[in-house]
Design a protein around this ligand. Structure first.
Ligand code: SAH
Length: 223
């Protein structure tokens, strides 16, 4: 593994271990999630100028007005998604820099990830290749439409806040499947876990959160 990927000083394994201790203090319990987060080099998912801040518990800019979610939120959403047992097929909406995608790819059999900003999706795909994660399916599209051909998903994770959950996502969730999604307008967002039952959906309110908005259509940004 190259030195850059492995990290040094503020990007080293030791710095990552400190992040893991903090996550434990913040209430994250899933040992598999913590172990994977100790392994994945978060610093390669941000610009070089921000690498030394990659293990702080903050969201950081990744360009195109978007942010990499803070480590606590990534851990919390992953833990919520997996709480009722292992999942085989997960849809992620909002690839962003690909960090959450990488964590998911290590924990479930198949990840499909949709991003509406093409340059972000391409960069994320390159980064995952760099750390040898080659099984993720990527799509440049409006995630609000889901990914019909691969449905049903036993897990869906959205990294952008919708005012209402898009119907296509509810429709593409398997019976018994779990969706973790922030809902609400700016300043009033709540993280929800939605579980699909035989003929209804169960909504659990988790906690207040701050996410970028879930936007419709695809962005015209070029690489
Ligand atoms: N987990 C990512 C989060 C990035 S921010 C990370 O840590 O990097 C949320 C992402 O959702 C942004 O990249 C944004 O472009 C994307 N997004 C917002 N609405 C979307 C939609 N309708 N379909 C696909 N992606 C969307």
């Amino acid at each position: 593994m190259s030195q850059r990927i492995q990290g040094i000083g503020m990007t080293s394994r030791r710095t990552r271990e400190r992040m893991i201790s903090r996550l434990r203090e913040q209430g994250i319990k899933n040992t598999e999630v913590l172990q994977i987060m100790a392994e994945i080099p978060r610093h390669i998912f941000v610009d070089e100028a921000l690498e030394s801040r990659a293990y702080e518990d903050t969201a950081l800019p990744i360009g195109h007005n978007q942010t990499i979610s803070q480590p606590y939120i990534v851990a919390k959403m992953t833990e919520l998604l997996l709480e009722n047992g292992p999942l085989s097929k997960v849809l992620e909406i909002g690839t962003g820099c690909g960090y959450q995608t990488a964590i998911l790819a290590k924990l479930v059999d198949q990840v499909y990830s949709i991003e509406r900003i093409a340059p972000l999706m391409k960069k994320a795909r390159d980064r995952l290749w760099e750390i040898d994660i080659k099984t993720v399916g990527f799509l440049h599209a409006d995630g609000g439409l889901g990914w019909e051909v691969h449905k049903p998903f036993d897990g869906i994770l959205a990294a952008a806040a919708a005012e209402e959950i898009p119907n296509a996502l509810l429709d593409q969730l398997a019976i018994g499947g779990v969706m973790v999604i922030p809902i609400g307008r700016e300043g009033k967002q709540i993280l929800y876990r939605v579980t699909r039952k035989e003929d209804s959906f169960e909504y659990e309110m988790i906690e207040p959160v701050v996410f970028v908005p879930f936007l419709s259509g695809v962005s015209r940004a070029r690489v």
